[in-house]
Design a binder for this molecule. Structure first.
Ligand SMILES: NC(=O)c1ccc[n+]([C@@H]2O[C@H](COP(=O)([O-])OP(=O)(O)OC[C@H]3O[C@@H](n4cnc5c(N)ncnc54)[C@H](O)[C@@H]3O)[C@@H](O)[C@H]2O)c1
Length: 248
């Protein structure tokens, strides 16, 4: 029940960061990994790494802000492997932080197109084949910043909370189809964030006082959410952050 061996798993934004680490985890676990990213060079690197780990892997370029490229990516996956068992909607296009008083419509638009619409379109693209199969796993990406109202992250926070709302709604609408839909709110800051005030505050207040590892700390949870074992959990947000944000 806890295996993803032979499962076809799409990870968007797996050219670097958390997505890349999760791709490595799925590759080691024996899944067929579809690396979907708009950066061709980084995508090719992750594909090569997954193959080196012994996995079947395929890079399919896509820009999650354009619906037709997402549909084409899912079509390519099904054409190549005959199924899409799971999708991890990890990619997000970032804009510089701004206080709410200065958030521009352009910034909000990029966060919404990549975060909310990108996630919605990806979910809509995999829904028909998953429904037909009677089984599917969808993992979306949220953020603790959205939940706590992280200062300076207004546009990002709004998009991440909208993704959680979509996650809960699809979880209910698609439960009878055998599809479970959950979200991860990770803490695995990229090298570019190390040294920032936000990162230092996290390291100071986090009970474990360490950054998350994309492959070991986030990948292991994404893995579980894509297995048969994850059969009675849906619509949830998993705080993969070393216990920094505890809600209940
Ligand atoms: N890193 C963290 O600590 C952290 C914390 C909270 C939430 N998150 C969320 O986790 C996810 C991954 O974060 P990360 O830090 O690894 O990000 P990152 O910026 O390091 O990597 C993002 C990846 O997505 C790709 N990408 C960006 N826009 C794209 C587009 N329009 N189409 C296709 N690919 C695109 C990039 O090329 C890159 O490979 C995001 O959804 C982010 O909001 C991360």
């Amino acid at each position: 029940m806890h295996s993803v061996e032979g499962r076809v798993v799409i990870v968007t934004g797996s050219g670097q960061g958390v997505g890349r680490g999760m791709a490595h985890h799925f590759a080691k676990a024996g899944a067929t990994v579809v690396v979907a990213d708009w950066n061709a060079e980084k995508m090719a690197r992750t594909v090569a790494e997954c193959r080196d780990l012994g996995a079947e892997a395929l890079g399919v370029p896509c820009n999650i802000m354009e619906q037709e490229t997402l549909l084409a990516m899912v079509d390519t996956t099904i054409g190549e492997y005959g199924a899409v068992d799971a999708i991890v909607n990890n990619a997000q296009t970032f804009r510089p932080n701004a206080p709410v008083a200065e958030v521009s419509a352009d910034d909000l638009d990029v966060f919404y197109r990549s975060g909310v619409l990108g996630t919605l379109w990806a979910m809509q693209a995999v829904y028909p084949p998953m429904k037909a199969a009677g089984w599917g796993r969808i993992v979306n990406f949220a953020s603790s910043m959205g939940i706590v109202g992280g200062v300076g992250f207004g546009a990002y926070n709004a998009s991440k909370e909208a993704i959680r709302a979509l996650t809960r709604t699809a979880a209910k609408e698609w439960a009878a189809d055998g599809i479970v839909v959950n979200a991860i709110a990770p803490a695995a800051a990229p090298p570019r964030a190390v040294g920032s005030a936000h990162y230092e505050e996290f390291m100071r207040t986090s009970p474990m006082h360490r950054n998350g590892d994309p492959e070991l700390d986030i990948g292991s949870v994404a893995h579980f959410l894509c297995t048969d074992a994850c059969r009675y959990l849906t619509g949830q947000t998993f705080m993969c952050d070393g216990g920094t944000y505890l809600w209940a």
